[in-house]
Design a protein around this ligand. Structure first.
Ligand SMILES: Nc1ncnc2c1ncn2[C@@H]1O[C@H](COP(=O)(O)OP(=O)(O)OP(=O)(O)O)[C@@H](O)[C@H]1O
Ligand SMILES: [Mg+2]
Length: 480
């Protein structure tokens, strides 16, 4: 899936994206609301060597402090430092737990140590930070004090040893105003990112598992057959199946294109008997047969529409015609085709299905059926045959060799690749000549371009007004 395909899939599955976003942002909000605020108070210490007048000694002392300051920082979060703090401040915690809430660092090439303490109470965080600084200074000075040699306590004993370093507070800890966590904006942004990632993952997964065809391009790539028509989804189609009811609709225009493509596709050997079928039920075979026949008549082509779906004949019903006399009546020799042929207003001849027979497969593959179709092809320039679906029943496979060409209807986002492949293979095996595909119930093109152009045949009002205004200005200018 390329980037364009991915973005289109995201747009198509916007509900998944919206649900993931709402869930993830909701979870982030809940976490923010439920988590206890944590405050951080910081203090800073300066490590000095005992003062000396001598600049060489001063410089040596500075280097000494810098060399040791990293080690001092590591001592801050230890029991030695936190133990006295817990005791002095009477904290209801253990030295270890307190140590886990303390961080200390010494910026490089400095003799500074930053100590940060986290606590649920801002005032207590500052108190603990200051107490830790004091306790830490005492620990360092004790550690750095040289141990007296031996245990002489007489007058000759050397003076009591002192630590070569001393720690001074450069910045006292104060109670912070705002907590360091939770951070609502960061949590919301994180939640939105997680939601988008989750949605992207789900969309990719669903697209990978979804083997239905979404575009007529994908259908052409799969079958290698010419895409003769793309009929947009039209919610009014079930109530108004005939394009004559809305002659300027996108669907009507799409059927005209299908008619033209069909006429141009086979210029040298134009098939007269065209069977319309599909892999599975409900893909729009009847709708396509009926409207293709109507658009052929519209173009002045003498056309006969035959209902050869003998299990669910629907053509007569679509036009409000008589169903009981039709193809089966002719096949069993009770009447001739012209006797049961019915006419529809605009000059279309319709051979309804007739009574539903018990053996449709045999009837449709019979020599008599071939004769009927050949006879019709002598009278009409186009014989459009509506059929049953290919995969569930064998009726249409038997009929395919009798037709001079087949149109395969494929329903967008419904028919799977496997179903289309099986159907084309089946037609190929019986020598059926597939003229091309009709991609039905496709996502309609954006805007109502056909309506705006076909219905009025003139520029839309705002553009026309703008052009008239421009012309008037130019007239004025030329008059001057
Ligand atoms: N382009 C379309 N937009 C919206 N609905 C459509 C479109 N084409 C067909 N339909 C609807 O889909 C349903 C099935 O259509 P249709 O009866 O033509 O299919 P079919 O392949 O002949 O079905 P069956 O296999 O039962 O004979 C009908 O309700 C029809 O109105
Ligand atoms: Mg049908």
């Amino acid at each position: 899936m390329d980037l364009h395909g991915f973005l289109k899939a995201l747009a198509r599955r916007w509900v998944t994206v919206a649900v993931c976003l709402v869930l993830a942002v909701g979870a982030a909000l809940a976490v923010t609301q439920l988590s206890t605020p944590v405050y951080a108070a910081g203090t800073q210490l300066f490590v000095a060597t005992r003062s000396s007048e001598d600049t060489t000694q001063l410089s040596q002392g500075q280097s000494f402090s810098q060399a040791r300051v990293q080690s001092y920082a590591a001592i801050v979060p230890t029991r030695q430092v936190t133990g006295p703090v817990v005791r002095d401040l009477k904290l209801s915690t253990t030295p270890e737990e307190l140590a886990s809430r303390i961080t200390a660092d010494a910026p490089l090439d400095t003799v500074l140590i930053n100590i940060t303490v986290r606590d649920a109470d801002p005032k207590r965080a500052a108190e603990i930070a200051n107490a830790v600084a004091a306790s830490f200074s005492a620990v360092v000075e004790r550690l750095e004090t040289p141990k007296p040699v031996g245990s002489r306590r007489d007058a000759d004993a050397p003076p009591a040893a002192v630590s070569p370093v001393s720690l001074g507070v450069t910045q006292q800890a104060v109670a912070p105003d705002a907590p360091v966590s939770p951070r609502p904006l960061l949590n919301l942004a994180g939640g939105a990112c997680v939601g988008l990632l989750l949605a992207a993952g789900l969309v990719v997964l669903r697209e990978t598992l979804d083997t239905t065809l979404k575009t007529s391009q994908a259908l052409s790539e799969l079958t290698g057959l010419p895409a003769l028509g793309t009929i947009p989804y039209d919610k009014s189609a079930p109530a108004q199946p005939l394009i004559t009811a809305a002659a300027h609709s996108q669907r009507a225009e799409a059927f005209r294109k299908l008619r033209t493509n069909l006429q141009f596709a086979q210029v040298d050997d134009r098939p007269r008997i065209i069977m319309v079928t599909s892999s599975v039920p409900g893909e729009g075979k009847t709708n396509t047969s009926v409207n293709l026949a109507l658009s052929l008549v519209e173009a002045g082509v003498s056309t006969c529409l035959v209902d050869a779906d003998l299990r669910r004949p629907c053509v007569a019903n679509t036009f409000g015609l008589v169903q009981d006399a039709g193809l089966t009546t002719v096949l069993i020799g009770q009447a001739r085709a012209e006797e049961v042929m019915q006419q529809v207003g605009n000059g279309l001849s319709v051979l309804a299905g007739g009574a539903v027979p018990p053996n449709p497969t045999e009837l449709l593959a019979s020599a008599r059926m071939s004769e009927v179709l050949q006879d019709l092809a002598k009278t009409y320039e186009a014989v459009i045959v509506d059929t049953a679906p290919l995969l569930p029943v064998a009726d249409t496979i038997g009929l395919a060799p009798l037709a001079q060409g087949t149109l395969l209807v494929v329903r967008s986002s419904k028919t799977s690749r496997d179903q289309v492949r099986t159907a084309t293979d089946a037609l190929e095996q019986v020598g059926g000549r597939v003229l091309g595909t009709v991609f039905n119930m496709a996502a309609p093109p954006k805007g109502d371009r056909y309506e705006a152009y076909g219905a009025h045949g003139e520029l839309p009002a705002p553009r026309l007004a703008a052009q008239q205004k421009k012309a008037a200005v130019m007239d004025l200018a030329s008059e001057k």
